[in-house]
Design a protein around this ligand. Structure first.
Ligand SMILES: [Zn+2]
Ligand SMILES: [Zn+2]
Length: 312
């Protein structure tokens, strides 16, 4: 695959449709990318600590009728790094979705909480890149994959099925969950680490260009629901070790449920969060989480400032 025959570790899983698509897409990408100076690629275009995300409305029925209503907010963090957030008036989960674009293909993490939102997201992504897209997931819960069908029906998009078995096979993990794998997008190598515990198929993604670690629902400014405590504990330890030797700017989750006031979250199911916490967390939050778990005998709900440990 794709524009030239480099040694991708996983992209041979990409379907024939993607390969056909790529022939034209590569020409488009070469054309589109030629004016971009490589030194500009990593340049942040916005301050993510100051971004105001769409956070719902007091009256969402009225909100959806507004002329400026959008299904997704799109924030271009770098030339080739885009973050989307689903509108809280579309679905209260309001998940975040990440797009990392390489020179030869792109990686999308998650597809949103509804099929309609997935269709809108396909259009947004095709407006940003013509490249073939691997559509992976932070994990298999519905609020992160219910847009999948819109991607399955789009040329050049390859959806990675959810579930630990499917994820392991697609990305060719040899030692799940202990060892990471890499995904080469072309001048951008994303590293993937299994971190099951919230679900059974959670992945963390490290991108060296944005310096993001995307942690899905495993760590984000909100309620960290833990399905399997022992697995989660092991995953957070593995995550802490993994990030130790990396240059990490932000730890990026897939929801915001906390307010700006430490330890105070919005009610479950709310569609209006006017004073919400910023999205980025940091490596120090990984440490806070790891230490809290290590020091906890019996798993219990614990407020840790920017997030809440929430064993099921
Ligand atoms: Zn989840
Ligand atoms: Zn979620």
């Amino acid at each position: 695959m794709l524009c030239r025959s480099r040694g991708f570790k996983v992209v041979f899983h990409v379907l024939a449709t993607s390969i056909l698509w790529s022939a034209g897409a590569c020409d488009a990408q070469r054309h589109a990318s030629s004016p971009v100076d490589s030194s500009q690629i990593a340049e942040p275009l916005v301050d993510l600590m100051a971004v105001s995300w769409i956070h719902g409305a007091e009256d969402c029925d009225a909100g959806r009728r507004e002329s400026d209503y959008v299904e997704w907010q799109q924030v271009r963090y770098q030339v080739n790094t885009v973050i989307f957030r689903q509108n809280k008036c579309s679905n209260y989960e309001a998940p975040f979705v990440y797009l990392f674009i390489g020179t030869e293909m792109a990686l999308l993490i998650d597809t949103g909480a509804t099929l309609d939102a997935g269709a809108a997201l396909v259009d947004s992504i095709r407006a940003v890149t013509d490249l073939a897209v691997i559509v992976a997931h932070s994990h298999g819960h519905g609020d992160h994959r219910l847009g999948d069908d819109a991607f399955r029906n789009t040329d050049g998009m390859t959806v990675v099925e959810t579930g630990a078995g499917a994820v392991r096979e697609f990305f060719d993990f040899e030692n799940w969950p202990d060892e990471p794998v890499t995904l080469e997008l072309g001048a951008r190598e994303i590293e993937l680490l299994p971190i099951p515990g919230h679900a059974t198929d959670d992945l963390a993604f490290y991108d060296p260009i944005s310096k993001f670690v995307v942690t899905g629902d495993t760590l984000y400014p909100g309620r960290l629901y833990i399905g399997e405590w022992r697995e989660y504990h092991a995953s957070i330890s593995r995550l802490a070790t993994w990030v130790e030797n990396k240059s990490v700017l932000y730890v990026m989750g897939t929801h915001i449920e906390m307010s700006k006031t430490p330890n105070v979250d919005y009610p479950i199911g709310t569609t209006y969060q006017p004073d919400e916490h910023h999205l980025p967390l940091s490596v120090s939050d990984v440490t806070i989480l790891q230490e809290a778990i290590a020091n906890m005998g019996i798993p219990r709900k614990t407020r840790l400032g920017s997030f809440i440990l929430w064993p099921r």
